[in-house]
Design a protein around this ligand. Structure first.
Ligand code: DCP
Ligand code: MG
Length: 444
């Protein structure tokens, strides 16, 4: 047997939701190249092309070994002509001409920089680019009227483009849990998104909130937001109410892939040293102290201190629901933090450094909160764990292979014309006739 031909005889299923796709894999050089082209297609609002590159990359991520020659790929699904051409180029020359051209193009760089502003999508970025705006500082100088999200996005640009670490996610989780339990005891909070898939960093932190007594979760978000705001934890928030029940299309025919849960897009003010660790260990903080004046004297600086004990850090095959387990705080007298960050140091991305001198003890972090009724919890969990491509593939599998409609709210069987209930992700996979794929293997 010739070395390196094994892959051709490995049978790889064509839907990403049929495969195990770990976070770490053997073909990063190839998938990095394809991801750039996917990103470029998405920024150019060419969704179909973007998906094609994403599917090709996801296939390579699921392979059990490194691809060394294009001949190894014969017979494998998901590899279109264009993707194959790029793969061959990278295998032979180490780089792809198209990828190089893309990463160096003014348009790509500008679109990335502008869509890197929270609240700015591809359409808006493209309009600005055509006006000659290529960077956030161009935008700031342009005098364009920005909405509230975009203003916050510009104000915290640098920080929001800094990866959020797992320990920061856990620290945010503790704050969210305090807030939720303060207004609704017995509610359950679970870390979702990339962190649930085992990622060590993310662009944001995502949480799903529910309560075992259906109905108790209604109207929860405004209360949680008020609590967080009163404690000075929010730099920005926009809450959207649950529009699922009143929507006309129903779960069988969702108008779009967007779900309709009560949801809060926010920017948290997370203490990065002293105060943050005080919260994590649940120790009392002297009320009235300005957190910014705390001196960073604690020695616990290991960013992974809390990640190993996290119940959803890697594999997660337990029946649901489960709550995050955070150390319980010993005092209900939570410190009052400044209501607005105005007097605090603002990061000026234009200058590239803080406008004020002296250390700052907090950073801005994007946080998404989603509230789901208990009966939809498994669907919400599956729909919000990602990856985005994995979700897309699940829905595609459901429609094309099973004549079912899957959303983050429900699963509908079109042949039997009924909804299929599920209280765990395992049950949903079983309804769909799929092998259960744990969150850590959904990194398609
Ligand atoms: N999601 C979705 N459709 C949306 C929004 C979210 O399917 N319109 C799902 C898939 C994502 C998950 O929610 O995996 C969280 O969204 P993120 O954009 O935060 O994605 P990740 O958490 O996977 O990535 P990152 O680590 O960059 O935050
Ligand atoms: Mg996320």
């Amino acid at each position: 047997e010739k070395p390196g031909l094994e892959l051709a005889v490995v049978s790889v299923p064509s839907y990403a939701c049929q495969r195990h796709t770990p976070l770490l894999h053997h073909n990063t050089t190839l998938t990095d190249a394809l991801s750039i082209l996917a990103e470029n297609a998405e920024l150019s609002e060419n969704e179909g092309r973007g998906v094609a590159f994403r599917r090709a990359a996801a296939l390579l991520k699921s392979l059990p070994q490194e691809v060394r020659g294009a001949e190894q790929l014969r017979g494998l699904p998901c590899l279109g002509e264009h993707s194959l051409r790029v793969i061959k180029e990278v295998l032979e020359d180490g780089v792809s001409h198209e990828v190089e051209t893309t990463t160096h193009s003014e348009q790509f760089k500008a679109m990335k920089a502008l869509t890197g502003i929270f609240g700015v999508g591809a359409k808006t970025a493209d309009r600005w680019f055509r006006e000659g705006i290529h960077t956030p500082s161009d935008l700031q100088r342009s005098g364009h009227t920005l909405n509230r999200a975009q203003r916050a996005g510009l104000q915290y640009y640098d920080e929001l483009n800094l990866p959020v670490t797992k320990s920061e996610a856990v620290a945010i989780g503790q704050i969210v849990e305090r807030a939720v339990h303060a207004v609704l005891p017995g509610a359950e909070i679970i870390l979702i998104g990339g962190f649930r898939r085992g990622k060590q960093t993310g662009h944001d932190v995502d949480f799903l909130i529910t309560h075992p007594d259906e109905g108790r979760e209604e109207g929860l978000m405004p209360k949680v937001v008020s609590w967080l705001e009163a404690q000075g934890f929010l730099l920005y928030q926009k809450t959207t109410r649950n529009s699922y029940l009143e929507s006309k299309e129903g779960p069988a025919r969702p108008a779009s892939n967007m779900d309709r849960f009560e949801r809060c897009f926010s920017i948290f003010r997370l203490s990065t040293d002293n105060e943050g660790r005080e919260i994590q260990t649940g120790r009392e903080i002297q009320t009235g102290d300005d957190p910014q004046t705390y001196s960073p004297t604690l020695t616990n600086t290991d960013p992974h201190t809390h990640s190993d004990t996290h119940p959803h850090s890697k594999t997660d095959s337990h029946p649901l629901p489960q709550t995050l387990v955070f150390p319980k705080p010993q005092t209900s007298d939570f410190p009052r933090l400044p209501q607005t960050p105005d007097h605090a140091q603002k990061v000026s991305w234009v200058l590239g450094h803080s406008q004020c001198s002296g250390p700052r003890s907090w950073r801005a972090v994007r946080v998404d909160l989603v509230v789901s009724p208990y009966s939809q919890f498994a669907f919400a969990l599956l729909g919000w764990t990602g990856s985005k491509l994995f979700e897309r593939e699940l829905r595609r599998w459901a429609v094309h292979e099973k004549a079912m409609t899957l959303s983050s709210h429900a699963l509908y069987d079109r042949k039997r014309t009924q909804y299929l209930r599920a209280s765990s992700e395992e049950e949903i996979f079983a309804h769909l006739g799929l092998e259960y794929i744990p969150p850590c293997d959904r990194n398609a």
